[in-house]
Design a protein. Structure first.
Length: 214
């Protein structure tokens, strides 16, 4: 990316597979509970357009019914971060002029764990993700980021944040392990496809070169 006179003002970070080692916390929970063979069929139906995202989430959570909220929450806590994730977040958070947003269809619990590990206050980074709910000891999920719904998908949440803070897509860059969502990324200044070791650090270096107050 060529250095621009206009600094980057917003960094949007995907969580699962970008900052974490496992690409899906939903799948991770299913695998730990020995349910993935059956639960993967729900994913196939969603990807084929046979069910919507609400039904997809509900079917996934139904698989966890024999287990307590604590069981599922404890498994989510096990999810590990990529070795460089904490360094990346600390470096970005140190630049006060830089807005940071973790935007994911994964679980906010994982994002807040990362921020705690980094010593970053919750208010410094906007976290938009799904919340595990303790419903009388059983787990529920009321999806906040709804894939396939233009009113509540990742792009809609991003647009709301931009409007709230007087930012534009031209001010915005993203880091994500999947870049197939053309609607989400359209108009952004730059998108880094995070796949190999070193991709996060390379993105960080370029972002800091184009950030006000570096």
């Amino acid at each position: 990316m060529r250095k621009s006179e206009d600094p980057i003002r917003l960094v949007v970070l995907d969580l699962d597979g970008t900052l974490t080692e496992h690409p899906s916390p939903w799948q991770y929970v299913h695998e730990r509970l020995g349910l993935w063979d059956r639960a993967s069929l729900h994913l196939d139906d969603f990807m084929a357009g046979k069910i919507d995202y609400h039904e997809f989430c509900q079917l996934d959570v139904e698989e966890w019914k024999p287990h307590s909220y604590k069981d599922v929450s404890d498994i989510v806590e096990e999810i590990k971060f990529k070795p460089e994730s904490q360094e990346i977040m600390r470096e970005l958070a140190a630049h006060e002029d830089l807005h940071l947003m973790i935007l994911s269809s994964g679980f906010e619990q994982v994002a807040y764990k990362l921020l705690r590990n980094c010593g970053i206050s919750n208010g410094r980074v906007k976290v938009t993700a799904q919340r595990l709910i303790d419903d009388k000891g059983r787990v529920q999920v009321d999806p906040f980021v709804i894939l396939g719904d233009k009113m509540r998908d990742k792009r809609a949440h991003l647009q709301a944040y931009l409007e709230q803070h007087g930012l534009s897509l031209a001010d915005t860059v993203a880091l994500d392990d999947k870049i197939e969502d053309e609607r989400f990324f359209s108009g952004m200044r730059r998108v880094w496809h995070i796949q190999a070791d070193g991709d996060l650090k390379e993105a960080l270096s370029e972002i800091l070169e184009n950030t006000k107050g570096k």
